[in-house]
Design a protein around this ligand. Structure first.
Ligand SMILES: NC(=O)CC[C@H](N)C(=O)O
Length: 310
C-alpha cells in the first residue's frame, strides 16, 4: 500500500487550487445547476483499508450527472449481461462532446459509440430492469445504497425537473435511438428515468467510497461482499480511462492516468487499483465540461503518489 496522505496536506492542496475555481464556469444549460457556488470545494480519498480522509465542504451534496453513467452501466450489465448491453452500445471513444448527435448516423445498424456519451447512456438507462421510470431509478438508488451503505441517498426533484424541461437535445437523441430500435418503450419515460438518475445527490465521501469499491474489484471494503462482478467493475474502469472525461480523455490519460468520470455538476470520481477511491467536487467547469479544480487536484494527487496506471 502506498503512503497515506494526511488531512492537513489535503486541506492545504485544496486551498492551493481554490483560485482555479474562477478559471471555469458553472453549468447553466440545466438551469438548476447554475445555482451552484464555484467556491464550494471538497475532496475525499477512501483507502482500500476503509480509512477515509477528506477536506472542504464534505457534507455538501451535489448531483451525479454523467458520473451516474458508470454506475448505471454496472447495473445494466448485471441486469442484462455483456452481450445484450454491447449489442446495443459500442466500446469506442468518440473524441466528440458528450451530447454530440452526429456520429449516430455514421454506424449501421445505428449504435451509440460508448456508454459514457449521452446517446449511449440514454440507451443504458433504458436497459435497467423495471417497468416504470421510478422502478428503474429505485433499483439504481438501492444499488447506490448498497455501495455507500447510506440508505438516505435520493435524487433532487428540482434538478431532475429542471433538466427534464430543457433536455431537447437528449430528447432528439432518444427519438433517433427509438427509430433505430436501440431503445424500447416511451421516450418521455426513458428521459424521466435518465434525468432522475443524473440528479442522484451524494457527497464526496460517498463518491470516494464508490471509487474504492470499483478499485476493490467490485467488493464491499468492509464485508467483502461482491456487489459488482469483478469483470463488470473492470469494464466500467476501462470506459473511465477511454471515455470518462469526455473529449479530454486522451490528455487526461497522459497527464493523470487514473480511471475517472466527471459530471457537469463539477464532481469527479476516480478509482485506482491498489490505492482506493478519489472524489472531488468543484462546480466550475472548463470548456469540455470537466471540473477545473477537480482536474487540478487529481493531477496533483497522481503526480505526488505516482498513481498513473500506465
Ligand atoms: N456531462 C454530463 O454530466 C451530462 C449529464 C446531463 N444530465 C446531460 O445529459 O446533459
Amino acid at each position: 500500500m502506498r503512503k497515506k496522505l494526511t488531512k492537513e496536506i489535503l486541506e492545504e492542496w485544496l486551498e492551493n487550487v481554490r483560485p482555479f475555481a474562477y478559471d471555469g464556469q458553472v453549468a447553466d444549460y440545466i438551469p438548476a445547476l447554475s445555482k451552484q457556488d464555484p467556491e464550494d470545494l471538497a475532496v475525499s480519498i477512501y483507502y482500500l483499508d476503509g480509512e477515509c480522509i477528506h477536506a472542504g465542504k464534505v457534507e455538501n451534496c451535489f448531483t451525479l450527472q454523467s458520473i451516474s453513467k458508470v454506475i448505471a452501466l454496472a447495473l445494466a450489465l448485471i441486469d442484462n449481461g455483456e452481450d445484450y448491453v454491447f449489442g446495443r452500445v459500442g466500446m469506442e471513444p468518440t473524441g466528440d462532446p458528450f451530447h454530440s448527435i452526429y456520429r449516430l448516423e455514421q454506424h449501421r445498424p445505428s449504435k451509440p459509440l460508448n456508454p459514457m456519451i449521452n446517446a449511449g447512456a440514454l440507451a443504458v438507462s433504458n436497459m435497467i430492469r423495471g417497468v416504470t421510470p421510478d422502478e428503474k431509478v429505485g433499483r439504481l438508488l438501492s444499488f447506490i445504497h448498497e455501495m455507500t451503505d447510506d440508505h438516505s441517498i435520493s435524487f433532487s426533484r428540482e434538478v431532475a425537473s429542471s433538466e427534464f424541461e430543457t433536455a431537447f437535445l437528449n430528447r432528439s437523441l432518444l427519438y433517433y435511438l427509438k427509430q433505430h430500435k436501440v431503445v424500447t418503450g416511451s421516450v418521455e419515460e426513458t428521459l424521466d428515468a435518465y434525468t432522475k438518475q443524473c440528479s442522484i445527490e451524494l457527497n464526496v465521501r460517498h463518491l470516494s467510497k464508490i471509487g474504492a469499491l470499483f478499485a476493490n474489484e467490485g467488493k464491499d471494503l468492509h464485508s467483502g461482499r461482491q456487489i459488482i462482478p469483478k469483470h463488470f467493475a473492470r469494464i466500467c474502469k476501462t470506459f473511465m480511462v477511454t471515455c470518462g472525461m469526455y473529449d479530454a480523455s486522451g490528455a487526461f490519460a497522459i497527464k493523470v492516468g487514473i480511471p475517472a468520470k466527471s459530471g457537469v455538476s463539477g464532481g469527479v470520481l476516480g478509482s485506482v487499483n491498489g490505492f482506493g477511491g478519489i472524489a472531488v467536487y468543484g462546480p466550475a467547469l472548463d470548456t469540455k465540461g470537466n471540473s477545473v479544480v477537480g482536474l487540478k487536484l487529481i493531477e496533483m494527487l497522481s503526480n505526488r503518489y505516482d498513481l498513473s496506471i500506465f
